[in-house]
Design a protein around this ligand. Structure first.
Ligand code: PLP
Length: 351
C-alpha cells in the first residue's frame, strides 16, 4: 500500500458553492492529489488543499506540450455510497498516453489508492441524484526547467475534481471535416494528450461561425471515413443497426464506446464495428435509413446529433420516437448510480 501524506484544509469551501447551478468544470473541490517524478522515480504522493501550482517559466510543458489527461466521474447512490465506473480502464489508458508522449507511467495501484483517498476526503462534494456527479480530472505535465527540445526528466501527476450536474447542451449539429484533421497515421490521436485538443479549437470555431456546434472528424488521408467528434466517439443507427468505426491510432479508445458495444446486445440492439463512409451517411440520410447519430463519452454519456453539414450542404437525421441513445443512456446511468443490475461488474465502490 502506498503511503500518502495528507495536509488537511483549514476550512471547506463547500458552503460557497451553489450546487443547483453548476457550470461544467468551473468549481473544484477542497483537495487535490499530487505526486512528483524526479531522479527516475515517483516520489511520495500527497493530498493537499486545492491551490495553484508553481512552475519555472522554462518548464517543459509550456514549450513542448508534454501533457496528458484523463476524464472520469464518481457517483453517489441513494444510500450515500460512492462508485466509480470501470476506473482501471482510465488508469491503463493514462499510461498508454504517457508512453506515446515519452512520459513515465504512473503506477496504477497508486492512482487507484490516491483517487479513492481523495474521494473519501471530498465525498461531501458528490451529490446524490441522477445527473449529479464529481468529474475527476487526472493529468500529468512535464515540469523540468530548461528549454531544450527533448523529453523532460521531471513530471507532476495531479488529480483534481469538479462537481457537475447532468451535462446536456441540447442536440448538436455537426460539420463533417473535409479539410482539417484531428490526428494522423503514426501520430498520437489515440492518446488523451493536450495537443490533440489545442489543434481542434480553431477548426471548431470556424465551424461554429457556420452554425455547427462540433466538427465530425474524418481520416486525414482521404477525409472519406468518419472517425470521432470533439471529445466523443461516434455511433450511427442505420437501418436499425448501431454502427461504430473501429478504434485506430488516430482514435481515442473511449470507455463509453466500448461499454455501449458490450451493453447494446443485452438491450436487443444489433451492433457492428466497421468503417463508415461520409457518402454512406449522406445516402442513408437521403433514403431515410439514417435514424440516429450520437457522440458518446464520460461527460454526457451520449450526446444526440440532430443533423450534419458537408461541403456547404445540410443533411437531416430521421429520428424515430424510440431512440437507442435514450435506452443506452438510461441503462448506463442505472449502472453508474447503483440503481440497476451491473452484469459486467463495471461498478466499483469507493469504501
Ligand atoms: C475522452 C475522449 C473520448 C471518450 O472517452 P470516454 O472514455 O468514453 O470518456 C472520445 N474521444 C476523444 C477524443 C476523447 O478525448
Amino acid at each position: 500500500m502506498v503511503d500518502i501524506k495528507i495536509t488537511p484544509i483549514e476550512e471547506s469551501r463547500i458552503s460557497q458553492v451553489d450546487f443547483t447551478s453548476l457550470v461544467f468544470g468551473k468549481e473544484f473541490s477542497d483537495y487535490m492529489f499530487v505526486c512528483a517524478y524526479r531522479e527516475g522515480r515517483w516520489q511520495q504522493p500527497e493530498i493537499k488543499p486545492y491551490a495553484p501550482i508553481s512552475l519555472m517559466p522554462s518548464a517543459s510543458v509550456f514549450h513542448y506540450g508534454q501533457a496528458v489527461f484523463e476524464g472520469m466521474k464518481a457517483y453517489k447512490d441513494e444510500a450515500g455510497r460512492v462508485f466509480l465506473f470501470r476506473p482501471w480502464e482510465n488508469y491503463r489508458r493514462l499510461n498508454r498516453s504517457c508512453e506515446r508522449l515519452a512520459m513515465p507511467a504512473f503506477p496504477e495501484e497508486w492512482f487507484d489508492a490516491g483517487l479513492k483517498q481523495l474521494l473519501g476526503l471530498d465525498k461531501e462534494w458528490i451529490k446524490q441524484g441522477v445527473g449529479n456527479s464529481l468529474y475527476i480530472r487526472p493529468f500529468m505535465i512535464a515540469t523540468s526547467a530548461g528549454v531544450k527540445a527533448s523529453a523532460a526528466t521531471e513530471y507532476l501527476f495531479v488529480i483534481i475534481t469538479s462537481p457537475v450536474q447532468s451535462y446536456y447542451d441540447g442536440d448538436v449539429k455537426v460539420k463533417i471535416a473535409d479539410y482539417y484533421s484531428r490526428a494522423a497515421n503514426g501520430g498520437f490521436g489515440y492518446a488523451k494528450a493536450a495537443g490533440n485538443y489545442a489543434g481542434q479549437f480553431f477548426p471548431t470555431a470556424e465551424a461554429a461561425k457556420e452554425g455547427y456546434q462540433q466538427v465530425m472528424w474524418t481520416d486525414d488521408a482521404t477525409h472519406e471515413f468518419l472517425e470521432e467528434s470533439g471529445t466523443m466517439n461516434l455511433y450511427f443507427r442505420i437501418a436499425d443497426k448501431l454502427i461504430t468505426c473501429p478504434v485506430s491510432e488516430r482514435i481515442l479508445d473511449g470507455v463509453t464506446r466500448k461499454s455501449i458495444l458490450e451493453l447494446a446486445p443485452r438491450l436487443g440492439i444489433e451492433t457492428e464495428v466497421r468503417k463508415v463512409r461520409v457518402q454512406e451517411l449522406i445516402k442513408a440520410s437521403e433514403n431515410g435509413t439514417l435514424q440516429e447519430a450520437f457522440g458518446c463519452g464520460t461527460a454526457a454519456v451520449v450526446s444526440p446529433i440532430s443533423g450534419f453539414g458537408y461541403k456547404g450542404k445540410d443533411y437531416a437525421i430521421h429520428r424515430p420516437k424510440e431512440l437507442y441513445a435514450n435506452k443506452i443512456k438510461e441503462t448506463i446511468l442505472d449502472i453508474q448510480y447503483n440503481r440497476g443490475e451491473d452484469p459486467f461488474g463495471w461498478r466499483e465502490e469507493v469504501k
